[in-house]
Design a protein around this ligand. Sequence first.
Ligand code: HEM
Length: 345
Amino acid sequence: MASLRACFTVILMILISSSLSQAHPGNFFDWGEGGGSTGEYFGLFPEFYQYACPQVNDIVMSVLEKAIAEEARLAASLLRLHFHDCFVQGCDASILLDDSEDIASEKNSNPNKNSVRGFEVIDEIKAKLEEACPQTVSCADILALVARGSTVLSGGPSWELPLGRRDSKTASLTVSNRDIPPPNATLENLITLFKQQGLDEVDLVALSGGHTIGVARCVTFRQRLYNQNGNDQPDETLERSFYYGLTSICPKSGGDNNISPLDFTSPAKFDNTYFKLILWGKGLLNSDEVLLTGNGFNTMDLVRSYAEDEELFFNQFAKSMVKMGNISPLIGYNGDVRKDCRRVN
Ligand code: HEM
């Protein structure tokens, strides 16, 4: 009787979320800002797998723990995957689709090529989930769970995570090239690209704090070292010793794939040093630096606040991750739950 009731509850929740999704198409990214009760999220809710796959987070975390213990950088790479997924047709796991007859994979876009990684970890989680709860947990939700798990395992905050995203049947190489912000973006570019996704300046600064872990390739910050403004001069906001250190990793030509930590003091620890480094002229990417020195917006004050108060940063990062995770999800009868995250069913 109890299980019958549970089953009925799940079906009811799915039907409610499905009719809401049809009533308000494409309007989901503004919801859940307060990050609290289930009712705020409409389409997505934290208890989505409570009956259908209660062990989902345990399975995700057990694979993640092992993977990150073997290679700490994977936490960073996996956090980034969720961001690059959500900015292209919403959080629908489109980034995980491989090239095929019908799919031009987003993995080959400029921001992703030779850069995004961690797909084998997602495959392993998906395989374990298919064994435990066949065709139940979407790849898009796996990406959201993995982003949270990676943050937590690196020492960062946790958050209540709305679930119930479904997987796309399409990908967009074009949108991936167009909508993911480039490292040499101006503050205005960044704000525009985030706004387009329903994210504001506070979200931009807090989420950029994801650069407290992981690395970047020389090709993404070379311009700052040798020709920032088209006059063969370095970016004058770079602190001197930091600048010299970077030139030894990243020569004027060649070495495109040499890497440098985004937060060189603690590249595997999720903390607020990223913001302190920006204040000291030691932010790695132009997009990091302009949060402090870009004109016309209040991002500078936010960088200072997060550098001073780690808890403030953690709380806002958690809220902004929920907001980013709510960008145009497929829910109800839209999309699919893929059996293999790399292919449509
Ligand atoms: C604000 C606009 C952003 C820009 C322009 C940007 C750009 C970049 C670039 C160029 C890299 C290095 C990629 C490479 O060298 O292959 C990178 C790495 C990374 N980004 Fe961002 N990013 C932004 C926002 C975000 C957000 C919102 C998150 C997550 C919340 C994030 C998380 C990361 C992480 C964790 C890495 C390191 C990945 C690794 O080590 O594999 N970034 N980002």
